[in-house]
Design a protein around this ligand. Structure first.
Ligand code: GDP
Length: 309
């Protein structure tokens, strides 16, 4: 069992992943959580003083510049630079200030565009990446490699976790920069309110994605903090995927929009399929607890309470 009074720094606590981790850690009784708002601590710049003062025992690196297919495709410089800076700063400072463990959050987009499905961890660096999010993926791969280098060269217990496509409370619902699930929830909500007859979905509807509620990711991360001490990457997903068309239909049902779907073929499809092989995590005894429909309903409630006008 972990010592619940150990100091845990959650980098990125305002984001969807970081906030879910904080909720989960608190509900499990962890009493010494360290967080800092961006206005007080800019992880892209100097973090050494903060780490030297606070000396967290555990570091969870959930801070990142993230975005959907369009933002990633339009702003490769920012995705590559900002993510590299944040992770280099935090990983180095964690090591130099004696953190006993660090959990780095990667992404399923680190895998090659045409990786075998479901994607095993061993597919990393086995082929070319999907171009729409190559910059972000390269930054994340560099983060994994830095954690592995600290483990190999200095014996650090730095682990890297690869979540599938995530959604949930505190997701980004901006239509230009969000991921598909949040975007479609908002579009369905607004289409219903305006009594539109159609809802526009990007691409062909054929790509397949796997979706995990961020609360399930948080529970997996807690288990990995407790039980997983290898620098080999480990996937976190639910083990099932769905086409974008099916996702759009499911979201319309949950929201109660009964118009038609229309397809915007000028927008990219991205990678054809992204389903993680989660057998390694399953073998540790973890499985997801919230089915997709329930997770979407929960996220819609959060959206209604926090974003809808
Ligand atoms: P990806 O998993 O990195 O490709 O990122 P996204 O979550 O942004 O997109 C997943 C898939 O959903 C892609 O095939 C998109 O073209 C498709 N999609 C359909 N409608 C939308 C939308 O309104 N917003 C976004 N971001 N993606 C959409």
């Amino acid at each position: 069992m972990m010592d619940k009074s150990e100091k845990i720094f959650v980098a990125g606590h305002r984001g969807m992943v970081g906030s879910a981790l904080v909720r989960r850690l608190k509900s499990e009784g962890f009493s010494n959580l360290l967080v800092r708002d961006r206005s007080k601590l800019d992880l892209k710049n100097a973090v050494t003083e903060f780490f030297a003062q606070e000396k967290p025992a555990l570091v969870i690196l959930a801070a990142a510049k993230v975005g959907g297919i369009k933002a990633n495709n339009d702003f490769p410089v920012e995705f590559l630079l900002e993510n590299s800076r944040i992770q280099n700063n935090v990983i180095q400072a964690a090591y130099e200030n004696g953190a006993r463990k660090l959990l780095f959050l990667g992404s399923s987009c680190i895998y090659p565009k045409f990786a075998p499905q479901p994607i095993p961890e061993t597919a990393l660096l086995s082929g070319p990446l999907e171009p729409t999010n190559e910059a972000y993926a390269i930054a994340k791969i560099a983060g994994i490699k830095l954690c592995q280098a600290y483990a190999r060269e200095y014996g650090a217990n730095f682990i890297s976790v690869m979540p599938t496509n995530l959604y949930g409370p505190n997701d980004n619902f901006d239509l230009e920069t969000s991921h598909v699930l949040a975007a479609l929830l908002r579009k369905a909500h607004e289409a219903k309110a305006r009594k539109d007859r159609k809802l526009i979905v990007w691409g062909s509807g054929k790509p397949r994605r796997e979706f995990l509620l961020v609360d399930d990711l948080a529970s997996a991360c807690l288990l990995l903090l407790e039980k997983y001490d290898s620098s080999e990457i480990i996937n976190v997903g639910c083990g099932e995927d769905i086409s974008i068309r099916e996702l759009a239909e499911l979201i319309c049902e949950v929201v109660g929009f009964d118009g038609d779907l229309a397809w915007d073929a000028t927008k990219p499809d991205g990678t054809p399929r992204k389903l993680l092989d989660v057998s390694k995590l399953r073998a540790l005894g973890w499985k997801p607890s919230i089915p997709l429909r329930d997770g979407i309903a929960r996220t819609y409630e959060w959206f209604l309470a926090n974003c809808a006008r």
